[in-house]
Design a protein around this ligand. Sequence first.
Ligand code: NAD
Length: 355
Amino acid sequence: MLPFVYNALPARVIFGTGTLAQVVQELRNLGCSRAVVLTTPHQVEQGKAVKNLLGDLCVGLYTKATMHTPTDITDAAVSAVQELHADCLVAVGGGSTIGLGKAIALRTDLPQIVVPTTYAGSEATPIIGQTEDGVKTTQKTLKVLPEVIVYDVDLTLTLPSKMSVTSGVNAIAHAVEALYSKEANPVVNLLAQEGIKAIASALPIIIHERDTPSLREARSGALYGAWACGTCLGAVGMSLHHKLCHTLGGTFNLPHAETHTVILPHAIAYNTPYAADAIAKVASSLGVTNAAQGIFDLAKTLGGPYSLKELGMKEADLEKAADIAVRSPYPNPAPLEREKLLELLRNAWAGTRPE
Ligand code: NAD
């Protein structure tokens, strides 16, 4: 056994079906009675349902959560929450809504109960990314780690097919990079393999067996995998894949989960010669012999995006993306060489299956 350091994060996790109702008791357990519910404009109806469920324990609904957590939205939300004398936040949604809750918590110290409805995994991390004047910066602080996570499989049944695939691969990306992280450790290794297996086996059922009894079980498996992968993201540092996606999302405004889906096979191929053991674990969890090709095929056959071109990236911007990716050094198994990264980006842009 290699020496390791493992920092466990405080977390209260409730997982199941129909668990949304437990938010009421969780609010009381926190000693709160004036919750504000957060959603995106797209999930207003789900937000209203949660507001109704909370009854007198809820003092308002804020529905302007936006991807990449723009600070002007956060500022407006903080004012609204303070005017309502809220004592707790209930975020219902994906990473965008949870990001807004974290941004408010960072500024107000309000406790958070989060009800995740995608597989992005933000609920399990002390990380917050925020965008101001087109620049996205990330920080890590326990101030933003949600106090309670309530996973309710029922709320994921409405997640559209394509988003299920991209969000699932986004989760797998956390586990892949955890396996070759500088801070990798036995606990996180187990969670990572479990998470990859759970999501990769659930996605084909979610896409192809939409109206069968297996669907609910598959949704449950995918959400469980999302928790496992999100926990990996919260526990150890990430590398090249997350850095590239951060650059592409922040500087070129590419969509989050879709970008992860396109980049992951190429980031795996780049790192494979330098992280053979970790990548072998990824392949075995996927049930394939080549991890990079396995992820590429999984996403493509399930209707996910597989090229940056189809996400709207301009070929002329690839050089700039490569420059940014090597600007500040960060830990990664393979050395970060501009020309090789440019080749990675060119392959991802064209949608070439990795060799
Ligand atoms: P999202 O939260 O933006 O959701 C995408 C769209 O799907 C939204 O319109 C949303 O309302 C809708 N949606 C979500 N769940 C749904 C459901 N069950 N049914 C129907 N519609 C649903 O997307 P995301 O990929 O979950 O989150 C992306 C954001 O999260 C990015 O800003 C990213 O940076 C951040 N993120 C942060 C962390 C972290 O640890 N800080 C981790 C992962 C992602």
